[in-house]
Design a protein around this ligand. Structure first.
Ligand code: BV8
Length: 249
């Protein structure tokens, strides 16, 4: 079992009180209680679809229609889901900590924003945006996307989902994410730690002297790299843990 909340809240709040910054990394697990399928859990997306056909530039080049449809289906799902208490607890913590708080997410849904988070670093892109392959313009795209969709900037019919596929460079890797890994506390929530470079962040944070904490449903690929862990549903653990932390500030 993971660690007791109160003991951990004391350790985290002590670092925050001395000016420490907190960086949070979220994965599909934080959206699971909102009804969003994760990737590698039982019945997850990668059990239903071949990842190399759907989340790779080669798969998109081979069969763009299938990839457009896959992301159109997931984008349409956003209208039917709501943020959960885990998303809301993180938004409240951002309001409390201000610039000392950085949220990096591997998720492409918009639940962090809809829960009130203001600054979200979507390192794997966003479902609700399209990117033009001709001029590079990134634009909000709430509806279906296909090969005939026109870029709002250059009008070319060359839009793709604004998603980082396997083999592509994740976003914010030049400075914002490396800077965030210099924080005094690194908290990972709901990720199986199988996808790089995100899975390597805990090692970088630890090397920088951070207190590292994992919140997960069960131990994951990289769990042994965390100094502390709490196992349970993010929607239940986060509100309790973050309330205990902020009560000590
Ligand atoms: C890169 C967008 C170079 C698509 C995604 C060999 C060949 C080719 C490549 C590689 C290779 N070896 C390594 C690589 C690199 C590759 C990689 O890591 N592959 C892995 C699979 C081996 N990575 C890349 O290609 C990346 N790019 O490396 O470029 C580079 C590197 C560094 C610097 C510059 C350049 C690009 C990776 C991004 C790929 N795109 N998604 C889409 O979303 O459709 S990845 C995909 O996986 C999602 O983004 C997802 O977020 C991410 C990680 O998955 P998780 O979020 O962890 O979700 P998962 O289902 O796995 O786990 C859920 C967890 O939640 C579980 O632990 C579960 O227990 C828990 N949970 C469930 N319910 C709850 C819960 N926890 C709490 N509460 C709950 N209720």
């Amino acid at each position: 079992m993971g660690q007791d909340c109160s003991d951990l809240a004391e350790k985290v709040s002590a670092r925050l009180q001395s000016g420490g910054r907190l960086t949070v990394l979220t994965g599909a697990g934080i959206s699971a209680e909102s009804g969003v399928a994760t990737f590698r859990d039982l019945g997850g997306l990668w059990e239903q679809y071949r990842v190399e056909d759907l989340a790779s530039p080669e798969g998109f080049a081979r069969n763009p229609g299938v990839v457009y449809d896959f992301y159109n289906m997931r984008r349409a799902q956003l209208k039917r889901i709501e943020p959960n208490p885990g998303h809301r607890a993180l938004a409240a913590l951002e309001r409390q900590l201000g610039a000392g708080f950085t949220l990096v997410t591997q998720n492409v849904d918009d639940l962090h924003e809809r829960a009130g988070s203001q600054r979200v670093l979507h390192m794997h892109g966003e479902l609700r945006k399209a990117r033009c392959q001709a001029c590079g313009a990134i634009q909000v795209w709430p509806g279906d996307l296909d090969a005939l969709s026109h870029c709002g900037q250059c009008k070319a019919q060359s839009l793709r989902p604004h998603i980082v596929w396997f083999g592509e460079m994740p976003l914010y890797m030049e400075e914002q994410i490396p800077a965030s890994l210099d924080a005094e506390i690194f908290m990972s929530i709901g990720t199986s730690g199988q996808v790089y470079p995100a899975a390597g962040f805990v090692g970088l944070a630890r090397a920088n002297g951070a207190l590292t904490l994992e919140i997960n449903l069960m131990t994951a690929e990289h769990s042994q790299q965390f100094q502390h862990s709490i196992y349970g549903k993010a929607g239940e653990v986060l509100p309790r843990l973050l309330a205990e932390i902020t009560a000590l500030l």
